[in-house]
Design a protein around this ligand. Sequence first.
Ligand code: ZN
Length: 390
Amino acid sequence: MLRGQKVAFRASKRDLERLWACNRESARVWNECLRLAKDYFLQYGRRISKSELQKQTKGRFHLHSQSIQAVCHKYLFARQSAQAAIQKGLHHARYPYKQKKLFNTKWAKDGFKVYENGTIALSMGIHDGTREEPILVHVSHLPKGTIKEIECCYNHSWYLAITYDDGREAKAYQPGRSVGVDLGEIHTIGAFCENGQALLITGRKVRSLHRLRNKKLADIQRRQSKCQKGSRRWKKYERAKRYLLSKSERQLRDALHKTTKQFVDWCLAQSVSDVYMGNVEGIQRNTKKKVHRKQAQKLSNWSFGKVKQYLAYKLAQQGIRLKEIDESYTSQTCPVCQKRRKSSTRIFACSCGYQEHRDIHGARNILSKALYQEMVPWDMPTMLTYLRIA
Ligand SMILES: [Zn+2]
């Protein structure tokens, strides 16, 4: 199965400068894609094709030919997603239009060579008949498997986003039970299986890690603000900040790995074959009001995205299908009388007498919406398993 991993690397000063140049050049390719697509549309009244876009960009940039193609593919992918979103009626969706100054450069199969000592040679291709000397980067550990693609990224610091095949076969799909999943802050995962089994995995660990990180970060920033920018002490705090961020991200990631593993194990115990998840894009729920909004949102977006990513891989490995469904009103609708209300407490209680733990209520409504296209009551008693992570 294909997997992704971020890896830090070292490179000479000169090669780092060349990587900056690559990402600037990739941005030029992106901007050129925008221009070509626009001109093509104005001239012919239809959208530029993949082959046309590749023909028009080929050999015109100071990059490996596959690196240029990779930008074209990203442009086409962005255009396709925008089209799908527009067709769905999402009003904020737009076709790609933003000019870029930097764009991650990608090296595909023929564009790089990996040596056993951790050195990776990134090819710059042939220009004016001569093969340019490759950029050398050194990593301390490589993911186990066959490396398929390497993307060079900068976000506070340099790293490689490596796509690789871990050599493991995914299990085949076998029809079984269905489960609805609700992601949240209080409980990272709330789930309900059609056999009446429910699961709550507390998000306490994730929340406390996040809180601690923010507290320490604020502390460093307060001290740093008293120093002259660029001074030795300022730089010391800058290093401390980077260290804190990478350490806390590791801890958070570890906690989310454990959480998603617990969920997948539970699914296997229930003979689950299909998991339905609400489409959480841009939605923020179950957040304590006291938490500063901006911070809360940061945690949600980051951790929801990660949970989704980990679930997608871990479930696929077990032959379990993961589907996203439109979750609107699933948390607010009473399945018995269809009345809508917003719950401010942990329990969703309706005037008709129905009541349920809010996160199980949400997961069960997502499941019934997926199976029956409407929210219906379940005539089976709910058995709850409650899990926390160490
Ligand atoms: Zn009701």
